[in-house]
Design a protein around this ligand. Sequence first.
Ligand code: KDG
Ligand code: MG
Length: 409
Amino acid sequence: MKIATVDVVVCSPDRNFVTLRVTTEDGLVGLGDGTLNGRELAVASYLRDHVAPLLVGRDAHAVEDTWQFLYRSGYWRRGPVTMAAIAAVDVALWDLKAQAAGMPLYQLLGGASRTGIMAYGHASGRDTAELFDSIRQHLEAGYRSIRVQTSVPGINAVYGVAAQPSSEGKRYDYEPAQRTPLPAEEDWDTRAYLRHLPSVFEAVRGEFGPELPLLHDGHHRMTPIQAARLGKDLEPYDLFWLEDCTPAENQEALRLVRAHTTTPLAIGEVFNTVWDYQTLIREQLIDYVRSAVTHTGGITAMRKLLDFAAQYQIKSGIHGPTDISPVGMAAALHLDLAIHNFGIQEYMRHGALTDEVFRQSFTFDDGYLHPGNEPGLGVTLDQAAADRFPYQPAYLPFNRLKDGTVHDW
Ligand code: KDG
Ligand code: MG
């Protein structure tokens, strides 16, 4: 199964996506996601200029060998651009292998370990009424686990909180509406956030009861001692997880957080290799691995990372916001279905334009996702539709403290 052509499709239906398309001499087409939010063209160039020429003529079945070749032979290792590019190739090759076998990809990963994949959605509100509305909408849409993000009195714009109630007909998404040449600037005050957040969870538990799994994302904005306090303060509300409480490149910081709280911790959406998790996993400082298949070298690397985590009773919580394309989502779902140490899957739903470009076979029903049973990943790309949505510059916002200091994400 020789690789005949390799091309990169950059398109922007709802938001920007980078898709690698690998075609074999016998006409099979495999897709991989290399989308890196706000840095999309860097991955597109890496793939087009430095990787595609190396792949033509190679055996598409040689998934492991190709992964090792791209990781080791380029001399420069790790980093989000490299690992997103390797992920795109890896997922496209797994897609081809499964299509050639005539099986859905999860069968090649060991077969299904469960019947469905528990998913969580993103509820948010500028005040309690909006937040309750948003949670109810998610429950009606079939979600059975909910991430809760909220505005904080005294802070003008908080990332992860919809700028308008979804009842006004505009669905909440991250930044794609801000397709501007410069990132939007938000403000931040950690003390105000720490004071306010527990009262929000108290209100949500009061309204929705003790059963509903609730999650929260701290977006790396706390120091270790602040994160320890928040974890403790949230214990009465029984969170499924507290995500990204501190900037996690300092893995040792989690020792302090862990020593003070039993709130489960999830980390890793900005990580791109197993090395970023060495201390976190060996010392059992986290409960969930948040990496995306798309940013962590694909299925080959994620499988190894999650197998390592499994030895320490750490589960998966694969990153699945809308800046992971439907191709990256499908790859995550096949892996979720196959591994034993599955925890939960993030699922935000893409917009209607994205669904025009990417035809998908995965389903979402009563809180559970399933990748479907089409051979391969089960996603195809409509090139004519993609051509209607050219790339547009779009950046994530950033935040400054009251005195103007740039703060952590
Ligand atoms: O590209 C960045 C977003 O995907 C990220 O901010 C989303 O934090 C996020 C999450 O948990 O989905
Ligand atoms: Mg996050």
